[in-house]
Design a protein around this ligand. Structure first.
Ligand code: SF4
Ligand code: SF4
Length: 191
C-alpha cells in the first residue's frame, strides 16, 4: 500500500508546466461524466487529477455521488447516476476544481463554477466566457448567482454558453461596456 504522505502524483504535464488542464487530461479522469450523462441534466465535473490529500468534496456530497475513499490522496470518483448537480461540492472544493455542467438545455449549456471575487456578477449580466487557459471563447450570460450558508457562503455562478463550449468554458470576464452580442437563446435562463 502506498504512503498517503508520499510526494503527490501529478497526472497532467500541462497543469505542471502551464498551470491549467487540457481537455485530453480529462479524458481518463475518474470524476468526469460522460457526454450522455451531461445531456441528461446538471452533473458535477471533477477536474481534479493531482493526487493530493484532500476530500471536502466527498464530505460535502449528501448523495454519495463522490468517492475518494480511505486513501485520501485518491482522485475523486464521480458516481454520475447519483449526482443531482446541486453544486455543494463546487463550493466546498478548496482547489476550485469542480464545476457543474448541464447540456440538457438545447443549444445552450449551463456551466456552474466557484466565484471568489467581489462584486458578484448579476443575473442577466453579459460577460465574456474564458477557457481554462484564460483565452476568450466569446459572449455568455450569467443565469444564476448563489451564495448561501449551506455552501459555507462561497458563491457559485452559473453562466449560459453555446453548448459546444460546455466542456471548455470555465470562467468569465466582466466587460465594462457589456455590449457583447446576445447568445442564440436565453429563454431558459433561470433564477
Ligand atoms: S453536484 Fe451535488 S450531488 Fe453532485 S457530486 Fe456535487 S455535491 Fe454531490
Ligand atoms: S475537494 Fe477539490 S481538490 Fe480536494 S479532492 Fe475534491 S475535487 Fe480534488
Amino acid at each position: 500500500m502506498s504512503d498517503p504522505l508520499s510526494k503527490p502524483v501529478l497526472l497532467s504535464q500541462s497543469l505542471s508546466t502551464k498551470g491549467y488542464l487540457l481537455p485530453e487530461d480529462l479524458a481518463q479522469a475518474s470524476g468526469v461524466p460522460s457526454a450522455q450523462r451531461r445531456q441528461q441534466g446538471p452533473v458535477a465535473v471533477f477536474e481534479c487529477v493531482q493526487e493530493i490529500p484532500c476530500n471536502p468534496c466527498e464530505q460535502a456530497c449528501e448523495e454519495g455521488a463522490v468517492r475518494v475513499g480511505e486513501r485520501i490522496t485518491t482522485c475523486p470518483e464521480l458516481v454520475a447516476e447519483a449526482c443531482t448537480g446541486c453544486a455543494k461540492c463546487v463550493a466546498a472544493c478548496p482547489g476550485q476544481a469542480v464545476f457543474v455542467v448541464d447540456e440538457s438545455r438545447g443549444e445552450l449549456a449551463h456551466v456552474t463554477m466557484p466565484y471568489e471575487f467581489l462584486p458578484l456578477p448579476k443575473k442577466g449580466q453579459r460577460v465574456t466566457a474564458l477557457d481554462r487557459s484564460g483565452m476568450v471563447l466569446g459572449p455568455a450570460e450569467i443565469v444564476r448567482v448563489r451564495c448561501s450558508k449551506t455552501m459555507d457562503a462561497t458563491a457559485t455562478v452559473t453562466m449560459a454558453v453555446p453548448r459546444d463550449w460546455a466542456m471548455l468554458a470555465r470562467f468569465f470576464r466582466m466587460d465594462r461596456d457589456q455590449e457583447s452580442p446576445p447568445l442564440p437563446s436565453t429563454r431558459e435562463s433561470e433564477q
